[in-house]
Design a protein around this ligand. Structure first.
Ligand SMILES: NC(=O)c1ccc[n+]([C@@H]2O[C@H](COP(=O)([O-])OP(=O)(O)OC[C@H]3O[C@@H](n4cnc5c(N)ncnc54)[C@H](O)[C@@H]3O)[C@@H](O)[C@H]2O)c1
Ligand SMILES: O=C(O)C(=O)C[C@@H](O)[C@H](O)[C@H](O)COP(=O)(O)O
Ligand SMILES: [Zn+2]
Length: 375
């Protein structure tokens, strides 16, 4: 597909499984043509949620009709609890009922919840079907639609059941963000800031200067999305299955996932990006406590997250949390645990994150007790 000046393309370099992330306004209406260019003759099963269906499903279906692409649609409830066995079963059944073949495609139209669930279904029906991501939240456009992690949650922890299954194409239509609620935009921004905090201090400084323009829309927003996608594509191409430095993308997640599980995946109390924001603030304060980073850097991170309206403390989670010991129990289920030893993404400062293996559980517990007491 030839590029138009307003569409930017980032490539995820996975050899014969390489794919494009196309970013720009109006891509949803053109999705039929874009998909047909990559998967000629494929029929599709669209999986979406109730909010996104109202705002964007008809435009997608019109584009598929224009291209003569056969399609079905499954509309699921919105929210984190949809990443469950129950809704996985519904997604799998919908794809099989539509009699899609292995060479057809599952299309995720939605945020990260729909992307993770639909990707999992695509990865297991007929032992792996084509998968296309049409991310509609900021979080999905900068993070979850890229890299092939799919899955669902269980009561014991986040994303504990799933498969790696890469998409064939990602179409990030920036204009669909106009209907995204402000709280969800803010939550997605946490994952944008994450890329700066991992290893791009200049990007973090740029975000501190330009966040208002990113929230307002326009070129700064598209630039932030493209930089984020390039950052993630680079890591995924190096380490698709997280045997090495892909784990850095988990900055803030060891704590954040524990908070999501502890709140029962109740999106009214905490959404993923908010958990990541608190988790990143905690990771920086924990690093300072372990004398790995300066408290000034931890304070700078917290200040920026607070400025954009994100939570940064355990006390910011409405409705209260279990005690430190129970939170540690969720952390012990983290997928980075090796032979029982905890792994955290810590930092030496802004943009200087590193993977810390064998972090003593006693140190984590003492830190969480201190944070729970509000000091
Ligand atoms: N696979 C990965 O690499 C990866 C990366 C980051 C996050 N995740 C996962 O992503 C999930 C969070 O994703 P999310 O923040 O997109 O949440 P989400 O999918 O729940 O979407 C957030 C809310 O916004 C609504 N919405 C989405 N797009 C909209 C639009 N354009 N207009 C109106 N409403 C819209 C949704 O209906 C939902 O209510 C978590 O489950 C997290 O674990 C996965
Ligand atoms: O793609 C990755 O790798 C990430 O870690 C990105 C995270 O933002 C994302 O939330 C991911 O789903 C977390 O992965 P998990 O392996 O801890 O479930
Ligand atoms: Zn995340």
């Amino acid at each position: 597909m030839t590029d138009t000046p307003s569409i930017r393309t980032v490539t995820v370099g996975l050899g014969t499984r390489a794919y494009s992330i196309r970013i720009g306004a109006g891509l949803l209406a053109r999705a039929g043509a874009e998909l047909a260019a990559v998967l000629p003759g494929a029929r599709v099963a669209i999986i979406t949620d109730e909010h996104v269906a109202v705002a964007h499903l008809p435009a997608l279906q019109d584009g598929f009709n224009e291209q003569g692409i056969g399609h079905s649609a499954l509309v699921l409830p919105a929210g984190e609890t949809t990443k469950s066995f129950e809704h996985l079963q519904a997604a799998v059944s919908a794809v099989i009922d539509a009699r899609l073949e292995r060479g057809d495609a599952v299309v995720a139209l939605g945020g990260g919840v729909i992307g993770d669930l639909a990707g999992f279904a695509a990865g297991i029906v007929r032992r792996g079907m084509h998968f296309v991501q049409l991310p509609t939240s900021l979080l999905a456009q900068v993070d979850s639609s890229v890299g092939g992690k799919t899955g669902i949650n269980t009561a014991q922890g986040k994303n504990l059941v799933g498969v790696f299954h890469q998409p064939r194409l990602v179409l990030a239509d920036t204009s669909v963000l106009d209907t995204l609620p402000e709280r969800e935009f803010r939550a997605g921004y946490a994952e944008v800031a994450k890329y700066g905090l991992i290893d791009k201090p200049d990007f973090f400084a740029w975000l501190e200067e330009n966040w208002r323009e990113i929230f307002a829309g326009g070129p700064a927003r598209t630039e932030a999305i493209a930089i984020s996608c390039q950052a993630k594509a680079d890591v995924v191409a190096r380490d698709e299955f997280e045997t090495g430095d892909r784990a850095l993308l988990n900055l803030g997640h060891t704590f954040g996932h524990a908070l999501e599980a502890a709140t029962g995946y109740n999106s009214a109390r905490l959404v993923h990006g908010e958990g990541v924001a608190i988790g990143m603030a905690l990771a920086h304060r924990f690093s300072a406590r372990l004398n790995q980073a300066s408290p000034d850097d931890a304070a700078r991170v917290e200040a920026h997250l607070k400025t954009v309206g994100l939570p940064t403390r355990l006390a910011d989670v409405p409705g209260g949390l279990p005690d430190a010991e129970r939170l540690l129990g969720y952390i012990a289920q983290d997928k980075k645990v090796q032979r029982g030893a905890l792994t955290f993404i810590l930092t030496h400062g802004i943009g200087q994150s590193f993977i810390a293996r064998d972090v003593p559980a006693s140190a984590v517990l003492a830190f969480l007790e201190q944070e729970s007491a509000g000091s």
